[in-house]
Design a binder for this molecule. Structure first.
Ligand code: ADP
Length: 644
């Protein structure tokens, strides 16, 4: 934002950050199919502000107890054409006002802008109505917005003012108590003039405002009052909140509508898509709690940031305690959003006390089991939905196989893994489709899905109809060795040197294998390899292969692979990363190898070195890896072609 000097020295004028400008433009000019959402967004902000005051009150004595009487008031003034949403929450300091209401921190904004633009050009206005974009949605109905605010325990009050034209002003003002008023100067409706209101709602009546609040914000846990200034009030009548404040999560599922659940999801997550899955759960017994949890239909942008907003909201006996509580749900379920409301925990719990309380661990266990049960049910009953879930969150779920031994089995059963046949299978399906005599679960890892599926190591497995799991997520290289086995079947990497391929392949060319053996080509090449420099690093042996069908050569692993963690460890210590010990396997039935074998007696040691360089290069390329000494490789290749 840019600051400009204004005429009155108390008034500072600023320019909106460019993304904020874009959103504002859209708010002002788009035809919103559902303008009601502005009120939902402002009430949500007001409720968040009271939550924040409660949270800060736990740490700061000056603020403790202030949020006890949190309330929200919506004042409708037909005369001055204003709707004011007031709260007694945390309020904003001058700097906060400038940074929160002049910029857009939300990471989904770009996506939002794009979606709205698309919706506008395709004429699909309905789509626009689903989105909420917080404070800026005020400009759907207002042509000028004024914010008056005072930070709790602060001395100064500030006024923010904008007509949505790219700039806003900030100046000191008067406000007795802490909290915030957002004053919307409501636009004239296009039909106001001729009085034939069609479609467009008149928000300047208490009735409409009440209806909108009831519809979208009924569950908000602070009372919302509507003050209809134009209306006469009965003497001594006590104002009644418009919202029931009934916590959705304690109501029986049958009494809550789908829309109420969806609105609550938006309230908690600020995500404008509908959730993929809802989990309503009541735990009874040693520890009692209610949970209302959601699986989003797209991954939150901060899914892989350690500092991201992970965790769920904690309530204790219907009182909001904290956001993003990480102690109630394991890391690998960090995409789950929602609320846990405990009956047993003490109201003045802090994050530290919470960590030490054994009831916290009990809630976490119980929540974890419930979420995994729901996912299992989804897999059993709605496989298509589960597949979608898996493509979005499977990679996160796999972390649990490493970190949560108690649920390892359950998590492994949920995995949908790619196979060399194409498609994805569960481990149970893999096991039940194993070939007679097959004891192990074969897998190939350490590449992209494409390079793995093109690997020459799969050739003999494919030929004999033995499926191999293709594990292309980096986390696969950690969980597979950690788990070691599934249902008594070992995981065996098909790139290890001594893998036994089940079944016989009658078509295997024994004749050429015998000839190759007699020629001693493998040991001759081994000798040549040992005389090579860099490009042959880590190659300990050259052998005749039984796993190749169409390719001339491949590399296999000798002994234990150097794990990713080890490599990272060496890297972080600034040491040279130990290279894997490899064996170059050559295919005795391949015409190229046959030819070299036949002529091996005539080829001198320099000639053998050239063939070794070529085969090492070909094996690297086939394995989807870079050729280590590409200059030497291309030179040799050109030279051999020339001779041919
Ligand atoms: P969001 O609420 O999704 O973060 P908004 O654009 O609605 O985005 O609001 C931006 C920020 O402005 C909020 O995160 C909050 O810090 C601040 N804010 C908005 N309304 C209020 C309010 N009534 N009281 C205190 N702070 C508020």
């Amino acid at each position: 934002m840019q600051r400009e000097e204004a005429v009155d020295e108390n008034i500072e004028k600023f320019e909106f950050q460019s993304e904020a400008k874009q959103v504002l433009e859209l708010m002002i000019h788009s035809v919103y199919s559902n303008p009601d959402i502005f009120l939902r967004e402002l009430i949500s902000n007001a409720s968040d502000a009271i939550d924040k005051l409660r949270i800060e009150g736990l740490r700061d004595d000056r603020l403790s107890g202030l949020a006890k009487d949190g309330k929200i008031t919506v004042t409708v003034d037909r005369e001055s054409r204003t709707i004011t949403v007031s709260d007694n929450g945390i309020g904003m300091s001058r700097d906060e006002l400038v940074s929160y209401l002049g910029t857009i921190a939300k990471s989904g904004t770009k996506e939002f802008v794009r979606a709205v633009q698309e919706a506008a050009t395709s004429g699909n206005a309905d789509l626009i109505g689903q989105f909420g974009i917080g404070f800026y949605s005020s400009f759907i109905v207002a042509d000028k917005v004024t914010v008056l605010t005072k930070r709790a325990a602060g001395d100064e009050a500030w006024m923010w003012d904008s007509s949505g034209d790219g700039t806003y002003t900030v100046e000191p003002c008067e406000r007795d108590a802490y909290g915030t008023d957002v004053v919307l100067h409501v636009k004239e409706r296009p039909d106001d003039a001729d009085g034939e209101a069609e479609g467009a709602k008149d928000y300047l009546t208490g009735w409409t405002v009440r209806e909108v609040i009831k519809r979208y914000s009924d569950f908000v846990s602070y009372p919302i009052y509507v003050d209809d200034t134009g209306k006469e009030k009965k003497e001594g009548a006590k104002p009644e909140p418009v919202n029931s404040m009934k916590a959705l999560w304690v109501r029986p599922e049958s009494e809550v509508t789908e829309d109420e659940y969806k609105d609550f999801y938006r309230h908690v997550t600020h995500d404008w898509d509908d959730p993929m899955e809802r989990i309503v759960y009541k735990a009874e017994g040693t520890t009692e709690f209610h949970a209302l949890l959601y699986v989003p239909s797209r991954p939150p942008v901060d899914l892989f940031y350690r500092e991201g907003r992970h965790g769920i909201q904690l309530y204790i006996r219907r009182v909001f305690i904290m956001n993003d509580c990480r102690d109630l749900i394991p890391e690998y379920l960090r995409f789950v959003k929602g609320v846990v409301d405990s009956e047993d925990l003490s109201l003045n719990v802090s994050r530290e006390l919470l960590q030490q309380d054994r009831r916290t661990a009990m809630i976490k266990n119980s929540v974890t089991r419930k979420v995994l049960d729901v996912l299992k049910k989804m897999r059993d009953d709605r496989l298509d939905d589960f597949r979608k879930f898996w493509t979005l969150f499977g990679v996160v779920l796999k972390e649990g196989i490493i970190s949560d031994p108690k649920n390892r089995e359950a998590l492994m059963k949920l995995c949908l893994l790619e196979t060399s046949d194409g498609g994805r299978v569960s481990l149970d399906e893999y096991v039940s489709s194993m070939k007679p005599g097959q004891k192990d679960i074969f897998y190939l890892s350490g590449g992209t899905s494409e390079t793995l599926s093109a690997s020459p190591k799969l050739e003999a497995f494919r030929k004999r109809g033995v499926p191999v799991l293709l594990l292309s997520d980096p986390v696969d290289e950690l969980w597979v060795p950690t788990a070691g086995k599934f249902a008594d079947h070992d995981f065996v990497s098909i790139s290890s040197e001594d893998v036994e391929i089940p079944g016989e392949d009658e078509s295997q060319d024994r004749e050429s294998a015998k000839k190759a053996e007699e020629s001693g080509i493998a040991s001759k090449l081994k000798e040549a390899v040992s005389k090579l420099g860099g490009s042959a690093s880590g190659i300990e042996d050259v052998r005749l292969s039984s796993r190749l069908v169409d390719s001339p050569a491949t590399f296999v692993q000798k002994g234990e692979p150097v794990s990713l963690q080890m490599k990272r460890l060496f890297k972080s210590l600034g040491q040279e990363i130990p290279s894997d010990k490899r064996v170059l396997e050559i295919n005795p039935s391949h015409p190229l190898i046959e030819k070299i074998a036949q002529k091996s007696d005539e080829i001198d040691s320099d000639g053998l070195k050239e063939w070794a360089v070529l085969l090492i290069g070909l094996a690297s390329i086939a394995d989807g890896e870079p050729v280590e000494n590409s200059k030497e490789f291309t030179k040799t290749l050109a030279c051999l072609l020339e001779k041919a």
